[in-house]
Design a protein around this ligand. Structure first.
Ligand code: UDP
Length: 497
């Protein structure tokens, strides 16, 4: 046995299995990188569709990703990351984002294939030797990992890519059903008086409209409704819980409440932030980032730009996009707008006649942006967002106030908490209870102006800057998330010692 083999015997090896969506892959890739920095070997398992986009499509991208991961880090202590892919049984060109129901069902059947993949790729990888698996870090909605972890006799670490409050609402779905809070009816969603106070973790009272919008299904046979309920029943079966939030934001009790069986539960977020602060680009964009954003932002005044993006999934109606365009035009502010090619309910947006000509001096329209670079740019003053958890946390951690325009899932809770609990943002009237509502251009214009020009807006910005400080402290050496991640590493190290 040579020295390298001996070292491998006591080395840590985490298998990481994200749900195949941009936000989940981003969060877990950041975790992978932080664990690799602490000496872990990582096997990162993507579905084929995602794998091709982040590793396989272009040798240039794969090489630059790998060089950033392995060669650029001076304090890197020997961990490595390898990417494996697994067929999810769906057509090779499918995109999970547009087939969420199909994806859930296909992924729930993946246990045998995943186990086969991990067993067949244990021992020596073709590039580097990999040690025995220490643990499987699984996305909270990848129930297929349960059987694999049991069969391979390794701990199953449940990773929550949502805020703790949303995670609790999901984890306790069966309990909410038994208390009559799920499914959420239209009249309940519309009732501002009704509050849900029975959930643990000392989380703020929730309104029915804060619950995951998938729980609003009126048809009990709805595929997504059932898929998410199935996943929530499996979420108690973990040996460790990690949450992408920080204690100063949501409290330790909220995180502890996610351990249903007494296993350790720790907040380790915002996961992107330590990598970002140390100049490691660990985002794994599934679409090509438009690099013209940087030069355009450099030309704008400080805190003047409205950054508009609805993440990787959310769509708007054509009518809504027109009203948004006219509202943004009416603000007189410069804006950077990410218009994905499917943003108009699956199609490219058709903007109002003459809009691009009229706003060309102060608008930049792109298909996909390097969001962290944008949000950290001094010229950005406001984020008009769909309130996905990653976008929300990125915005608060970089000190940018939020104008929330949620679309589905946990976005309603994130938006409401940003406004009422963390006081770093506003939203549009009534969007949380009526997904058909078209926000008129006047409301867009007025709300943006309120946020960018009034003393109320100034206060929101100050609050966001305070949260930025808290988030930064949490991830730097000695901070709560930094120490929690070290505790996790030490606990895993005890298992291989
Ligand atoms: N993102 C990006 N460029 C864009 C839009 C989004 O890099 O133009 C990234 C963003 O930084 C975040 C993720 O995509 O990490 C979106 O995650 P989020 O949870 O906000 O929303 P989702 O896409 O899951 O709805």
């Amino acid at each position: 046995m040579n020295i390298e083999d001996e070292n491998l015997q006591c080395a840590l090896h985490a298998v990481i299995v994200p749900f195949p969506l941009q936000s989940h892959v981003n969060a877990l890739m950041n975790l992978a990188q932080l664990l690799a920095m602490r000496g872990f070997f990582i096997t990162f398992v993507n579905t084929e569709w995602i794998h091709k986009r982040i590793v396989g499509d272009s040798a240039r991208k794969a090489n630059s990703l790998i060089s950033l991961l392995f060669r650029g880090d001076r304090d890197h202590r020997g961990g490595r990351i390898r990417f494996l892919s697994i067929a999810d049984g769906l057509p090779p060109d499918h995109c999970s984002a547009s087939n969420l129901g199909d994806s859930f069902i296909a992924l729930q059947k993946l246990s045998p294939a995943l186990e086969h993949l991990l067993r067949s790729r244990s021992g020596n990888d073709e590039q580097y030797p990999f040690p025995a698996i220490t643990c499987i870090v699984t996305d909270c909605v990848m129930s297929c990992t349960e059987q694999v972890a049991t069969n391979m006799k390794v701990p199953r670490v449940i990773f929550w890519p949502l805020c703790a409050a949303s995670s609790i609402a999901q984890c306790y779905a069966t309990f909410l059903i038994s208390h009559g809070h799920i499914p959420v009816t239209i009249s309940e969603a519309n009732n501002p008086e009704k509050l849900i106070t029975c959930l643990p973790g000392n989380i703020p009272p929730l309104r029915p409209s804060d619950l995951n919008s998938l729980y609003r299904a009126q048809d009990p046979s709805d595929v997504l409704f059932n898929a998410i309920l199935y996943e929530s029943q499996k979420q108690s079966k973990g040996d460790y819980v990690l949450v992408n939030t920080f204690e100063e934001l949501e409290g330790r009790d909220a995180v502890t409440a996610l351990s249903l069986n007494g296993c350790p539960a720790l907040a380790i977020g915002p996961l992107f932030l330590p990598n970002f602060l140390q100049g490691r680009d660990s985002t794994t964009s599934l679409w090509e980032e438009d690099e013209s954003c940087q030069t355009w932002l450099d030309m704008q005044q400080p805190a003047s730009v409205i950054y508009v993006s609805f993440g990787s999934l959310a769509v708007k109606s054509q009518e809504q996009l027109e009203q948004l365009a006219l509202g943004l035009e009416g603000t007189g502010q410069p804006f950077l707008w990410v218009l994905r090619s499917d943003v108009a309910e699956g199609k490219p947006a058709v903007l109002p006649e003459g809009f691009e000509e009229r706003t060309k001096e102060r608008a930049l329209l792109v298909r996909w942006a390097p969001q962290l670079k944008v949000l950290s740019h001094t010229s950005v003053g406001l984020f008009l967002t769909h309130s996905g958890w990653n976008s929300t946390m990125e915005s608060m951690s970089l000190g940018v106030p939020i104008l929330g325009f949620p679309y589905s899932g946990d976005q309603f809770l994130n938006c409401r908490f940003a406004k009422d609990v963390w006081e770093i943002g506003l939203d549009f009237e009534g969007v949380d209870v009526d997904d058909q509502k078209v926000v008129p251009k006047e409301e867009v214009e007025d709300t943006v102006k309120r946020m960018m020009r009034s003393s109320e807006g100034k206060q929101l910005r100050e609050n966001a800057l305070k949260l930025k400080e808290c988030a930064t402290r949490a991830v730097l050496p000695g901070g709560s998330s930094f120490l929690n991640l070290n505790t996790f590493v030490e606990d895993m190290a005890r298992k291989v010692a």
